[in-house]
Each structure stands twice: as structure tokens, then as C-alpha cells.
Write a protein that binds this ligand. Structure first.
Ligand SMILES: Cc1cc2nc3c(=O)[nH]c(=O)nc-3n(C[C@H](O)[C@H](O)[C@H](O)COP(=O)(O)OP(=O)(O)OC[C@H]3O[C@@H](n4cnc5c(N)ncnc54)[C@H](O)[C@@H]3O)c2cc1C
Length: 461
């Protein structure tokens, strides 16, 4: 197909989350005319910001790892990489207040040594596990290294069962595997597919020394996923329609599609549904998938963020993880939010099924004393503001068996493709998975249009 033929081809991408924005950029970069349609008044989907007075608040703390090559591509592509840097070397302070005596600080750190020695020193000195438990972790890590996350058999068992088989004690699961796993997978080990756990831990801990170095936005998420994404889309020639809900997708003449919104319908050769599984099911034309109702069997899991504004600095570190308390991870959001005075902490609570509907007053009563136990300076500080953000369907549930429910990008309907973190990326519900799904959907669409393109991540091509 010539460049002129290509430009006459039109694609509509439905959903302006990271999957949809990526798909739109990839298609536009290959010369296709693209319209991106987003129901909300902003791009960014599940990773966004909003104003609360002068404060810019993220709906939930987001982090990524150095091994998230697709999301890093996204940051580069929109010109935001410098605004969400990765720490030089993995360093996670872990504060335990669950045992008698003074709170104990441990560190999960890496050295410059090759895998798996890069974590050996940190593990050897990790105070939250006994010597025997530390040795058992090394053995489990070696076993992990032998697994193939794509092995369908792994999707049938849960992470906790596998860990127990590897001799991991309940304490080891709590103080190490779940400490990381709950935050990255959004479920505790008993509720996690071993395939997804293997993907996260093998890629993060055993692929290369720097793989698990942590990156996070030093600006509001909206600046990256909405403002900068919008700029990149405009520059690529994508027409973006926000506050526009797609109501239906029907076959039009000559094998084209008609995308129905409240206003004039859009005609397209290619449609990519980059919406969540439930919305996708509702929009799917008949016959597009063999078992479309399977999408509804993919569960969801909530994340709660507790936001506390103190009148003074109570935490010196950019973030830490906690043990022996309901508090999971705490991040300093002061600078990113634009707060002039005092300190703003976001407490990120994954797998928050028990608390997602709890009243603010109850959460305040629970979390302020816990923060005081963890951070002694908080005992003298005045709380200027306390609020919560609740994402009831933050991620798909990473349950055993979910792998067989996740569809690929291609459907049975020519010209119709699926994207979204919940599709078959092999990754849990992450920004990385969302961007990867966008690559895959765009590649499939371009191939059908006779325009195979080079995968942006050569290693994944
Ligand atoms: C609180 C929280 C914390 C998280 N923490 C992390 C983290 O630390 N690290 C990480 O990697 N990931 C994290 N995630 C997960 C990550 O945000 C998501 O996996 C990712 O953003 C999903 O992107 P997506 O494009 O697949 O889907 P979505 O973001 O859901 O995008 C879908 C878009 O489609 C739009 N839409 C739906 N229906 C229609 C319609 N009919 N017409 C038009 N538009 C429509 C929606 O409005 C939405 O914008 C977190 C998520 C939450 C909520």
C-alpha cells in the first residue's frame, strides 16, 4: 500500500487510557488517519489527576520498574521521561512495627553485581526474616528462574501454593513476597495466578540487575498521561475527541465500520476498542469473539489511596513500605502536588476489598494512628487535610485461571481489534501491560492494512 493509500485509511480508537493513546500514536506514526474517542473529559484512563483546591492529586500512586520497557517507550514518546525518572538503584525501605521493641528498618537494595548476586547482600542482611527464611528465599528464587511464565499450567495454580511448596513460611510470604506482590499484582498470594506472579518476579528480579529499579512521576500523572499525551497525539495528526462516549459499533458498507457517538457517526476501516473488559463486552458486535461473555468472568480488584496533609515534614524518604500494620506503601507527594508548606503523604492500599467502601471517618481513625506509629514526627504534626480516593475497578483480578479468559488483540470481525491492560499481554494490570497491548493491537491492524511495522521494542517483536 502506498503512503497516499495509507493516509486515506481511517482508524477509530475507542478509549483514551494508556492502551488507546499508544494504539493511536502507533497507527498515526505508520501513516493511518486516526480519531481517538474518549468518554471522559481527559485522557489517561485509570491513571489520572484532579484538582482539590490548589492541590493536584493523583487518583492513586503509580510506580513502574526499569524493566517496564513499553511504558518507558511511552514516556519517551510523549516527552515525559525526565519527569518520571527511575531510581539509580533499587532501594526500598521496609519499616516493621509489628514486633515488640523499636520499629525496625530493613532495605531491599541491589548492588551492581550480576543476577542473582545483585540482591544477595540485601537479602542476607534483611532483618525482617530469620536466617533460615532468607536461605529459603534464595532457593525459591532459583526455582522461579526455571519457570516459564507463558506455561499455561502455571495459570492453574495460585502463588501461595507454589510458595509453600518451595518451603516459604507465612512470615516470608508476608514480609517479602506479598510485600512486593500485593503492590504489583493487586492481590495476596492465594489469589494470584502463578503465571502472573512468575512474570512479575522473574522479570523484575532475575532478568537483569537493574530490572526492579523503581520509577515514579515527580509531576501529576495528568501531566504525563493527559497534557503531554495530548500534545504528542496532536503532533502526530491524531484527532482527539474527549467527553464523547461511543455507544455502538456497527458494520457499514464496503467492509467499513460505523462508530456511533451522541453526534455524527464516525466511519472507519479499523476500530480498536481500548476500553475495559465490561465496556468492551457491551460494544462488541455479534460474532466478534467466540465466547464474548467470558470477558465478564474477568474479575476486578480495588485500590484505595489515603491522602494526608501534615503541617510539617514527617517523612524524610520519598517512599517506604510497611509491615506489622495495615499501612502498605507510603509516598511523599508534596512536590508533585504543588503543596507549598508542610508535607503531603499518599498511602497506597492495594487489594483493598475490605476497605474500599469504608467511610472516610473510619479510615481516618484507622490510618492516622498507624502513621504516627510508623513516623514519630507525625505525632506532633497537625493534620490539615485528610481524604481518600477509591478505584473500585483499579485492575483486573489476577486470579488463577484468568489467563485463559484474556483475549488477544485480534477478533473474528475483520478490522476490529482489542487493547487494554486486561487483554492477553502476559503482564498483570499495569501501565506496562496497557502500552504493550496498544503495540500489539496497532501491529495487528497495520498488518491487516498491508503495512507491517517495526515493533518499538525489538526484544518483544
Ligand atoms: C489507584 C490505581 C493504582 C495503580 N497503580 C499502578 C502502578 O503503580 N503501576 C502500574 O503499572 N499500574 C498501576 N495501576 C494500573 C494502571 O493504571 C492500569 O492498568 C492502566 O492505566 C490501564 O490502562 P488501559 O488503557 O488499559 O485502560 P483504562 O485506563 O481503563 O482506559 C480505558 C479508557 O476507555 C474509556 N472508555 C470506556 N468506555 C468508553 C466508551 N464507550 N467511549 C469512549 N471511551 C470509553 C475510559 O473512560 C478510559 O479512559 C493502578 C491503577 C489504579 C486505578
Amino acid at each position: 500500500m502506498t503512503d497516499d493509500d495509507m493516509r486515506s485509511r481511517h482508524a477509530v480508537v475507542v478509549g483514551g487510557g494508556l492502551a488507546g493513546v499508544t494504539t493511536a500514536l502507533q497507527l498515526a506514526d505508520a501513516g493511518v488517519g486516526v480519531t481517538l474517542v474518549e468518554g471522559r473529559p481527559r485522557l489517561g484512563g485509570l491513571a489520572f489527576s484532579f484538582q482539590r483546591g490548589d492541590l493536584t492529586v493523583d487518583n492513586g500512586q503509580h510506580v513502574y520498574l526499569r524493566c517496564c520497557t513499553a511504558y518507558r517507550w511511552f514516556l519517551e514518546r510523549v516527552g515525559g521521561a525526565a519527569l518520571a525518572p527511575v531510581q539509580e538503584r533499587l532501594d526500598v525501605p521496609v519499616l516493621d512495627i509489628g514486633r515488640p521493641g523499636r520499629p525496625r528498618l530493613g532495605r531491599l537494595r541491589r548492588t551492581a553485581l550480576p543476577v542473582p548476586l545483585h540482591l544477595a547482600a540485601s537479602l542476607a542482611g534483611y532483618p525482617h526474616l530469620s536466617l533460615a527464611e532468607r536461605a529459603s528465599v534464595s532457593r525459591a528464587a532459583l526455582a522461579l528462574g526455571r519457570l516459564d511464565p507463558a506455561d499455561p499450567a502455571l495459570d492453574g495454580i495460585d502463588f501461595a501454593t507454589w510458595l509453600r511448596r518451595q518451603g516459604q513460611s507465612p512470615r516470608t510470604i508476608e514480609a517479602l513476597w506479598d510485600l512486593v506482590g500485593v503492590a504489583t499484582l493487586n492481590a495476596g498470594a492465594p489469589d494470584v495466578s502463578m503465571a502472573l506472579a512468575a512474570m512479575v518476579f522473574k522479570t523484575g528480579l532475575l532478568s537483569e540487575p537493574g530490572a526492579a529499579d523503581i520509577g515514579w512521576a515527580r509531576v501529576p500523572l495528568g501531566e504525563l498521561h493527559d497534557t503531554l499525551a495530548r500534545k504528542a497525539l496532536d503532533a502526530a495528526g491524531v484527532r482527539t475527541e474527549i467527553s464523547t462516549r461511543v455507544r455502538g459499533i456497527v458494520r457499514a458498507d464496503h467492509g467499513r465500520w460505523r462508530v456511533e457517538t451522541g453526534g455524527a457517526p464516525l466511519e472507519a476501516d479499523t476500530v480498536v476498542l481500548a476500553t475495559a473488559q465490561r465496556e468492551t463486552r457491551a460494544l462488541l458486535p455479534d460474532g466478534a469473539l467466540d465466547a464474548p461473555d467470558r470477558l465478564l468472568e474477568i474479575g476486578t480488584a480495588p485500590i484505595l489511596n489515603v491522602h494526608v496533609l501534615y503541617d510539617r515534614k514527617v517523612l524524610r524518604r520519598p517512599f517506604f513500605a510497611a509491615l506489622g500494620t495495615p499501612v502498605q506503601w507510603v509516598f511523599d507527594r508534596t512536590e508533585a502536588s504543588g503543596l507549598g508548606e508542610g508535607q503531603y503523604l499518599a498511602v497506597s492500599q492495594s487489594a483493598a476489598q475490605q476497605e474500599i467502601d469504608a467511610p472516610v471517618a473510619e479510615l481516618r481513625k484507622r490510618y492516622l494512628p498507624e502513621l504516627e506509629r510508623l513516623l514519630p514526627p507525625a505525632r506532633q504534626a497537625r493534620v490539615r487535610d485528610f481524604f481518600v480516593t477509591r478505584e473500585r475497578t483499579a485492575t483486573f483480578a489476577p486470579a488463577p485461571g484468568v489467563g485463559r479468559l484474556r483475549p488477544g488483540a485480534r477478533t473474528r470481525a475483520p478490522g476490529l481489534y482489542l487493547a487494554g491492560a486486561w487483554t492477553a499481554t502476559g503482564w498483570p494490570a499495569t501501565m506496562e501491560g496497557a502500552v504493550r497491548s496498544g503495540f500489539t493491537a496497532a501491529a495487528a491492524a497495520l498488518q491487516a492494512l498491508g503495512r507491517p511495522h517495526e515493533h518499538p521494542l525489538k526484544e518483544a517483536a
